[in-house]
Structure formats: C-alpha cells, structure tokens
Design a protein around this ligand. Structure first.
Ligand code: FAD
Ligand code: SIN
Length: 533
C-alpha cells in the first residue's frame, strides 16, 4: 500500500497541470496506464482557444461557445473559463510552452502569436504550435514535472477502481479514499491511498469503431466514477470530427479543422462543393453540422468518403503551417499540396462526463474530475473547437485552489487489498477482442451521428447481454488491462445509450430522427445517470 497527499489519474494536460500546482504542497502520485506522454493531449493539432488579440473580445468568444453549444451551455461557467484563459496561457508559456509566432506586418521583424481559425469561431483566436500543439504541451508540462522531486509518475499502471468509504461499508457520507491499480509490469494489483484524488483520464473515443482518439481513450474515468456512485451528465453528446483521414493504413489520423480555417474546402468525390446547402459558414460551420452534412452526402451518393481540398494554397505555406499533416499524408501517398485529402467523420470528443462544479468537485468528497472526463457545463450540446485544452488548464487551476482552500480531512481507516479471481483462461483474448469489436461496431451503427429510438433500444439490449458476459469474466479471472478496458467501454456505451434515450429531441450532437428538431422545454436540461443504489 502506498500513501500520497494527492493522487492524479492520467498524464494529459489536465493531470499534469494539476500535479504541478499541487507539488509545492505535498507528495503527488501520477498514475498513467501507458507511457507518460500517451494521451489525447499528445495528438491535439489545432490548438487552444483564448482571447489574446485586440480584434477579439471575451464577449465574442462567449457568444461563439454558446452558439456551438446549442442552448445547453451554462453561461456562468462559459464566461468564467473564457475570461480566465489568458492568465492560464501565460502560465503555460512561462513553463516553457512555445506557440507559433508570425511577423507583425511593417514592424521590422517584431513577432506576435500566430492565431489560427476553426469552425464556429468568429475570430482568429487559436494559439497553436504548427499542427502539433498537443505534443508541445505534453513536452513542456513533462519537462517542468521532471524538475519536481515531490511528483512520482507510475507508468504502465492502470487504475481499476476508486476506493470509497461506501464500498468499504463505512457509515456516513461517501468519500473517496484512493484507488486500486494494476501494475502492468508485474500483474499485481496495488492500493494507492490519498485524501484527494483527481480523475484526469480523458475521453472515450474508443467506444466507437472509427475514432480520432488513441488507444488510451476507453472512458475509464467515467466508468470508475459511475461505479463509485458519482453523477454522470450529458453523455449523449459525443462529438464526431468531420475530417479524419480516410486511408486503409492510417489509424485514427486527424486532419485538423485548422486546414479548413486556412481555406480548405469540403467536396464530394466528384469534386462538387456541398456545404453551402447546410450552413452559411460552409466548410467552417460548427462541427455537428459539418459531420452530419458529410454523413448525409456519403449516404446519398454511396461514397465511402468525402474530400478536403486545400491545393489552392501555396505549397510552402502548407508545409510550414501543417508539417505533421503534410508529412503523414505524403508517407501514405497523398501530396496535400497537389491533391484533395480523403476524409470521413469519426468519434472525437466526449462533451459529457463526470458531473463537476467550477472547482472540479464531483458529488463524492475527495474526488475531483478535470479535463475531457468531466462535464462542467462549458460545452453544452456541442463543444466549440479548441475549447477543451482551455477548459482543462483553467479547471486544473480551480481544483488545485479549491483543495488548498478547503482541504478534505484525512480519514484513517483500514483499506483491504484487492480481491480478484485466480483463474487463467486460455480463451480470454478471443472473447475479449470479439466483445470489444462488437461494442464498437454497434455503437457506430446504432448510436452514431444519426440515431433513432429503435436503434437505441436495440443497442441497449445488446449491451446488457454483453455486460453480463463481461461481468462473469471479470470476477472469475485474473484481471488484465484488456479485460478492464472492455468492462469500461461496455459501461460507457450503456451510459451513452441511456442518456440518449432520456432526451426526446435533437440538439447539437444528439440527432434523433424520431424527434428531428430541438424542443425548447429541453433547452436548459442536462441528462444524468447514476448507478442504481
Ligand atoms: P488526456 O490527454 O486524454 O489524458 C488522459 C490520461 O489518462 C492519459 O495519460 C491516459 O493514459 C490516462 N488514463 C486513462 N485511463 C486510465 C486508467 N484507467 N489508469 C491510468 N491512466 C489512465 N482539443 C483542443 O482544445 N484543441 C485541439 O486542437 C484538439 N485536437 C485534438 C486532436 C485529436 C487527434 C484528439 C484525439 C483530440 C483533440 N482535442 C483537441 C481534444 C483534447 O486533446 C482533449 O480533450 C484533451 O487533451 C484531454 O485532456 P485530458 O488531460 O483530459 O485527457
Ligand atoms: C482540430 O485540430 O481539428 C481539433 C480541434 C479540437 O478538437 O478542438
């Protein structure tokens, strides 16, 4: 058993920023299930939205966020996060983050931050590091952490379940006490105890067959919080990014919205523009509209992809602005300076998650959630592009401040070790991989960009059957990370379906053909799912 003052689950922007803030105040453990940089953060391309130019204003950023969120954002939360953005960005730069700059015209060499543009933004306001913003952020944060002796990182350690006083049968208010962790290096389950636990485990793109997310994104934090009794909100709002590279050899490679921000135009496979039929902002309309338009055009024409054309821009500009996209596509035989890029929509971002307030507090004392795992009310029914890195930075700061202002008192109780099954099962791998594939395909087919009540009901009963089977495996056999992830994606799939079934309307990212328009009654209503008592 290990004891720390602060326990952080996840090493993306949320977890690392929080850990840095807490390290002067006590010992911090960061538990992460693969290598330290492996996270959604690491693959972020477009950048961070924040008001840093004279042509922009908080008011405009707030308005764009509310508009993308389709009526469901919590305006107070939106204002607070956006207004705090510049201060948190300044801290990140102070830590060593280098954003791309451009020469100020007629200034004789003076430079300013280069601001990108993305869908739904009325101004250029995206700070970026070429098209590898996330990689640079991880590098800056991990370098700063390496200089902190108070922070210990546990790589290849998989958080299985939260330890709560309720689960241990203690009387009184439920609270979080720590976590059981599978050490993947030796197969042992370890117990880590801390009075303050931060969930920063990211999103759940891997619940869907096609996703822009890396393999870590299996919704573990949401599933753990749900099992521990926390409220989970708005899980029906899964954002599909319109432009994931379509190529048999490309796994989850994103073509940043910034490409459309710099003039990229969506076309059908025969080269016809189509976005003017769907929105006045055409290819730069909010993501839900663009993803749905592509889905409709693909279904109408039978094509298996659409095209994104930026060949009208100078080749040197494209190579400098998008070096990662240019070189990755070129390796796969696509020269983006000369030919249009084949693209398809793919699951990208979880707008809902563990319900928190503006301090990152969940319903369980001692348990905080920050980043993609959390639902603060910022994104509403559809996240505005590049608002997630911003939210993670601001909320990590808030959660740290809250813990220092109102520390949760230490609770001294005996915590039992992990109880697991002992059997090895030779069939396990094939059963686990079969169930993984089945869930991801059924979520794509029945709970994707366009939904119906019938498909949602069908998904619900299939997931219930799969869960019974998984539960049996979980208890009887020695746990492995594949089995744990399978259990988590099944839980998250169930939460998405149950939330979608609660909302009798179409709004933002949730589009149901049985209720094709928004219902004003539901404009300010979030959906919640809690584990039955
Ligand atoms: P993550 O960065 O995903 O980190 C989660 C961490 O938790 C990882 O270290 C993971 O290994 C760990 N973890 C998960 N489960 C467990 C477990 N059971 N045990 C231990 N560790 C665990 N947003 C923007 O604002 N701007 C962008 O330009 C942008 N581009 C994007 C491009 C791509 C390709 C993708 C996939 C997303 C993009 N997003 C962007 C979204 C944004 O990157 C994420 O929402 C954000 O990085 C999430 O940060 P996080 O710290 O919450 O989680
Ligand atoms: C992108 O670069 O298109 C991703 C931006 C985001 O998801 O916020």
């Amino acid at each position: 058993m290990k004891h720390f003052d602060f326990l952080v689950l996840g090493s993306g922007i949320a977890g690392l920023s929080f850990a840095l803030k807490m390290s002067p105040r006590g010992r911090v453990a960061i538990v992460t299930k693969k290598q330290r940089a492996e996270s959604n953060t690491n693959y972020a391309q477009g950048g961070i939205a924040a008001v840093t130019s004279k042509e922009d204003s908080f008011e405009l950023h707030v308005r764009d966020t509310l508009e993308a969120g389709a009526g469901l954002c919590h305006e107070g939360v939106v204002r607070s996060i956006i207004e705090e953005g510049p201060a948190r960005i300044a801290e990140l730069i102070e830590l060593g983050m280098r954003f791309s700059e451009r020469e100020i015209p007629r200034s004789h060499g003076l430079k300013e931050l280069d601001l990108g543009k993305e869908g739904g933004h009325s101004k250029r306001r995206i700070l970026h590091a070429q098209d590898v913003t996330g990689r640079e952020i991880e590098h800056a944060l991990l370098s700063a952490i390496a200089a902190q002796p108070n922070i210990e990182i546990f790589e290849d350690h998989f958080a299985i379940d939260l330890i709560t006083s309720q689960k241990l049968g203690c009387a009184g208010e439920n609270r979080c006490l720590g976590v059981y962790v599978l050490n993947k290096n030796n197969g042992r389950v370890e117990t880590i105890v801390a009075s303050n636990v931060l969930l920063a485990t990211g999103g759940c793109g891997k619940v869907y067959l096609y996703t822009t997310n890396p393999d870590i994104a299996t919704g573990d934090g949401v599933a753990m919080a749900y099992r521990a009794g926390a409220a989970i909100a708005n899980m029906e709002f899964i954002q599909f990014h319109p432009t994931c590279l379509y190529h048999p050899k490309a796994k989850s490679f994103l073509i940043s919205e910034a490409v459309r921000g710099e003039g990229g135009v969506l076309k059908t496979v025969v080269g016809a523009e189509f976005m003017d039929k769907y929105h006045p902002l055409k290819s730069l309309a909010p993501r839900d509209i663009v993803a749905r338009a592509i889905d409709i055009e693909m279904k109408k024409s039978g094509a298996d992809h659409m095209l994104l054309d930026i060949t009208h821009k100078p080749a040197d500009f494209l190579k400098e602005r998008f070096p990662n996209i240019y070189s990755t596509c070129l390796r796969l035989g696509i020269d983006i300076t000369k030919e249009a890029i084949p693209v398809v929509p793919a699951a990208h971002y979880q707008c809902g998650g563990v319900l928190t307030n503006l301090h990152g507090e969940t319903e369980i004392p001692g348990l905080y959630a920050v980043g993609e795992v959390a639902c603060t009310g910022l994104h509403g029914a559809n996240r505005l592009a590049s608002n997630s890195l911003l939210e993670a930075l601001v909320l990590a700061h808030h959660a740290a401040a809250q813990i220092l202002a109102q520390p949760v008192p230490e609770m001294r109780i005996e915590i039992p070790g992990w109880q697991s099954g002992h059997a090895h099962n030779p069939d396990e791998l094939v059963v686990v991989s079969h169930n993984w594939d089945e869930i991801r395909r059924l979520m794509w087919d029945y709970v994707g960009i366009v939904r119906t009540n019938k498909r949602l009901q069908r998904a619900k009963s299939r997931i219930a059957n799969l869960q019974e089977e998984i539960q049996e495996y979980y208890w009887d056999f020695i746990v492995t990370s594949d089995l744990l992830e399978l259990r988590n994606i099944a839980t998250v799939a169930e939460l998405i379906v149950n939330s979608a079934l609660q909302r009798p309307e179409s709004r933002g990212l949730h589009y149901n053909l049985d209720y094709p328009v928004p219902d004003p009654e539901w404009a300010q209503r979030d959906t919640f799912v809690r584990k039955p008592a």
